[in-house]
Every structure is written in structure tokens, then in C-alpha cells.
Write a protein that binds this ligand. Sequence first.
Ligand code: KIV
Length: 257
Amino acid sequence: MKKWNVATVRAAKGVEKLGCCTAYDACFARLADEAGVPIILVGDSMGMSALGYATTLPVNLSDTLAAVGAVARATKDAMVVGDMPFGSYQCGDDAAVANAVAVIKAGADAVKLEGGVSVCGLIRRLTTAGIPVLAHVGMTPQCVNSYGGFKRQGKTREAAEQVLADAQAVEAAGAFAVTLECIPAELAAQITAALRIVTIGIGAGPVCDAQWLVMHDLLGLNEQVPSFVRQYAHLAETVRGAFAAYVNEVKTGAFPL
Ligand code: KIV
């Protein structure tokens, strides 16, 4: 198997659709890597899926660095992308570059950050410094308080034009790929056709070059999932059953023998 990188991801556009997902620890990252997932995102969705928060906002850089290290150590072929948590790049570009450097030193091959036109200066600085950037436009969960909830974006003509402008701006600034989150499928298709870089959709319809799913949604570890998710396993049920069987067997003396 080849090691996925910026060049192979770029080359996949129009050739091969990529099913990508998140992981936050070595165990699941190894399994995703062995299964052929091309890009593993150490997403700040870790805050909601693994750390028990209601939003991604409380995730700290130290959480991300620990998780990126674990995922990178367990991964051979996948490209590992470290998500810059809230506060780690809204703090001035010098501090943001230092924080992105820390994510790369922890083991990531690239960083992801949310925003369009407003973060293009930072994307230019990072790419010039040799740090590949995966951008993220549309519904950007770190803006949950500005939206008043996790709300679909790009629904009016003006809003759709803004998302398109954001996507074109991050491409021009040097991003090697862009996440399109929770926007209408027709808008995602229009952006995918307009850009030379790979679009990775989540809740953005089938026409994107690639897709993300949050690992806990994909595996059925999260039992409440957004309507666009497809669950490829129902692990919550399996895991709960295994724990209950263990507790019961210890209680009854069936284990250990
Ligand atoms: O944090 C995350 O998991 C993400 C994906 C939803 C793209 O940003």
C-alpha cells in the first residue's frame, strides 16, 4: 500500500473517491489504517465523541497533541491530519503557526482549520512554512455560538455565494483540500466542479471528491447520529452486551474458571 500524502490526495481528484474518517486513539487508527482509510482526521469532534463535551469548543491543544501522537504511531499508510482546536489559531498568526508546528511535531502530516476568506493569510503562512493545510468551510462547528446551534449553511443565494467564495479563497491561499460541511448538495457539487483541489464532504451530498464520517457515527458507537450518517456497524450494542456478559459471569462465577 502507498502512504497517502498531499500529492496522492491531489491526484485522486476525478480519479478515485476517498472514504475518510476520524480517529482519536491508536487502537481505532490502526484498524482504520489497516482497512485502507486514506485520510484519518484527528478531529476536534473528539470533544463530543470521546471527551463528553456538548460542543468542540472545550478541546485544548494538549488534547489534540496527545491524540495526534497516538494516531500517528498506529498509522502506516493513511495521511494523518491534525485538527486545530478552537483558540489555537484565533490567537494571532504567530501563535497559530507555533501551534500548527506543534501538531506536525506530534506526528500529523497536515493540519485542518476552519474558516474561509478570514483565514487565508494564515493558510498562506502555514503552507509557505511547509505545513499542508486542509481547509473547512460551510458549517464550521467552532462557530456554533455565532450560528445559535449546529445549523446547515449556504441555504440562501447570498450565503451560497459566500461559501463558494470561501472555498475558492482557501484554494488560492494554498490549501490542498477543503472540507464542505452541512451545505446543500447542489452547492457542494458546484464547488467541487469549480475547484482543482479535493473537496471532502460531510452532510454535503454525494458529488464531493471525498467524504468524512466521524468514526463513532460510522461504527455505531454514537447511537444518536445526524440524518446524513450511514452506520456501518452497531458497536454500541455489541460493546454494551460484552460488558454486561462479563459483569454477569463474574457475578455467577462462570469467569474466571
Ligand atoms: O472534527 C471533525 O471531526 C471534523 C469533521 C466533521 C470534518 O471537522
